[in-house]
Ligand binder design. Structure first.
Ligand code: CP3
Length: 329
């Protein structure tokens, strides 16, 4: 159903999954986290596979997503990523000069992600999504923050674009490896793209996302960025299989600006899941009704599910999506 919806050919209820569905809101994840560092969880294929499966044991999600992180790509560029509890992850050293970067053997350095995927495929009943960060978002972390990235871009655009180009090349090899290992779709998280003015969005995001998209003709590609409703035409010009929208505008309204052959994903506010079960049901019903009959609609949040999200409200999303759809048929 998920793959059909990606290709705008779904005639049944909308498929449902949630960005960051494997993670801290789940008690079984937190239990594993007490025993192992985040670095270990990302690097041990059996543990990463176990965490990918955790949300699927609890909920009937229609897709799964590999448990990993967008920042592991740094390892393929000779950098170390530190995950420190209670802080944003950071690179060491920070990148201040593109000469610091060299593309190592991506497949060798990130082989543990391919192993996780190979380990998962025989155990899954739903499609597995692979992913990577958008080059601009990854660059923001590599240089030590969004402001530093923008300052570099504005003060020395030529070398900033060398940085983006290098990340793009490593990302393409990394995603091809995930596809060979068996994922059925790819999502690109360009979470920070929305902080750029339109011209810079075009040169720093659209350009490189299109390079990635065009290199991956063999699988569906979903594009996600924050502020997506501001950049609909830009995102459409990349010709992805699907665009994942955040919650600022009604999805049905955004839909009218996306050609029929491109599917749309989203777009509940993740914080809605902290309200009452009735409110959650109301919001899901409203969204599903507004997208009635759309063969290319995938129900998701507008950004990742948050820590401490009440478990019963995740259930409520799945249940109400099913019950509204059966009423609409
Ligand atoms: O279930 C899934 O979706 C798969 C796992 C996944 C993680 N990170 C695991 C993770 C995915 C898809 C990501 C993407 C990611 N990572 C993004 C893009 C999406 C987004 O939310 O904007 C970004 C910007 C990152 C970078 C990152 N990694 C941050 C900012 C943090 C710390 C704060 C946070 O959001 O969690 C991480 C650590 C991280 N990555 C955790 C998990 C489950 C936290 C784990 C923990 O503390 O136990």
């Amino acid at each position: 159903m998920f793959l059909k919806a990606l290709h705008c050919q779904n005639e049944r209820r909308p498929p449902v999954w949630m960005m960051r569905q494997a993670g801290r809101y789940l008690p079984e994840y937190r239990e594993l986290r007490e025993k192992h560092s985040l670095w270990t969880l990302f690097h041990e294929p059996e543990l990463a596979a176990e965490i990918t499966l955790q949300p699927l044991r609890r909920y009937p999600f229609d897709a799964s997503i590999v448990f990993s992180d967008i920042l592991v790509i740094g390892e393929a560029l000779g950098l170390k990523v530190h995950y420190v509890d209670g802080q944003a992850p950071h690179f060491e050293p920070l990148v201040t000069d593109v000469k610091q970067l060299y593309i190592c053997d991506v497949e060798e350095r990130l082989s543990y992600v391919a192993q996780t995927i190979e380990f998962l495929i025989p155990q899954l009943k739903v499609p597995l999504i692979g992913f990577a960060g958008g080059p601009f978002t990854v660059a923001c972390y590599m240089v030590g923050g969004q402001d530093k990235a923008k300052k570099w871009l504005y003060s020395d655009p030529i070398s900033f674009h060398v940085l983006l180009k290098t990340i793009t090349e490593a990302t393409i090899s990394y995603l091809k490896m995930q596809i060979r290992a068996g994922v059925s779709a790819i999502q690109i998280f360009d979470s920070w793209a929305g902080i750029l003015p339109q011209n810079e969005f075009r040169s720093c995001c659209t350009h490189y996302l299109k390079k990635i998209r065009d290199s991956l003709a063999e699988v569906p590609v979903i594009l996600f960025c924050r502020g997506s409703s501001l950049f609909v035409d830009e995102l459409v010009s990349i010709n992805p299989t699907c665009i994942s929208f955040d919650w600022q505008k009604p999805l049905s309204e955004l839909r009218t600006r996306v050609p029929k052959h491109i599917s749309v994903q989203g777009n509940l506010d993740p914080l809605i899941l902290f309200s009452t079960k009735d409110r959650v049901k109301h919001e899901v019903t409203k969204l599903v009704k507004s997208m009635k009959g759309d063969p290319g609609f995938i129900l998701n949040l507008g950004h990742g599910i948050l820590p401490h999200t009440p478990l019963e409200n995740v259930q409520a999303v799945l249940e109400s999506a099913r019950s509204v759809s059966s009423m609409l048929v």
